[in-house]
Design a protein around this ligand. Sequence first.
Ligand SMILES: [Zn+2]
Length: 296
Amino acid sequence: MAAKVPLLENPYTPRGRWYKGAFHFHSTNSDGSLTPAESIRKYADAGFDVIGLSDHGCVSVVPPEWFPGKLLIPTGEFSWPHILHIGAKGRGRVREGSFKQVLARVRRERGFAVFCHPAWSNHTWQETMDAWPVDAVEVLNYVTEIENATGYSIERWDMMLQAGRRVWGFADDDSHFRPAYPQYGGGYVMIRAPRLTQDAILRALKGGSFYSTMGPEFHDIRVTRGQVKVRTSPVVELRAIADGVGAGQCYFSKRPCRDWTVRYDGWWAKPRRYLRLELKDTRGRTAWSNPLFVRR
Ligand SMILES: [Zn+2]
């Protein structure tokens, strides 16, 4: 008899609008080339709704009028290990420490912890597993990919998930606006939240109601037993990635397509712990959904 088809949790059910967010970029408050005002201006002009200036070793105090009508969330990046602290309460210096110490501080302040660019840091498997409890891991760090081809940490993410960790994916620029690598806006998150307040955004981040992208968009994800319906911006490929042996399936469309159906009820496609989705557009850019965890 066929084994029962698992039910999947869907972090995208809460209603709300999609907000464009960037939480990893630097200024002259640490090792960036632009002043805080100049770097924030870049994200304001690029249409972002919510940002966090994440200088190394400090949480910058930023006047709201530098990002008019939008939301600034106090953020910092621990210098070692590289962990983003989104929603930091304590201002000023952010000290170095062990994973345990810095993550305890994020917890204490009820912030959101992102494990930055484990591939760029060349973290071993053991170190990757020591980075716990984190809320998310950078699957894409855009500027390090341009700098030295270490921007993608997708395999480390899957290994964390396969070890049973509930950790969301995250995409960031890590822009320093240096003359050699001035790029920004190539890796960001889209957050579905009922309103643009710090509380609502942090709640949506913690609940996984967001996705990571280089441009392609998820508009809606609906789950029934055995099937996931996905509405997207026009893309040519959808990949359903699961952790069962040989599980998962790629779907292709010759013309850019907006509606996709993933079936995971065949014996070959069954996830053990999670199923997650990736989109590819005609330019080869990717978007990553958060995992839809198998309901226990
Ligand atoms: Zn950084």
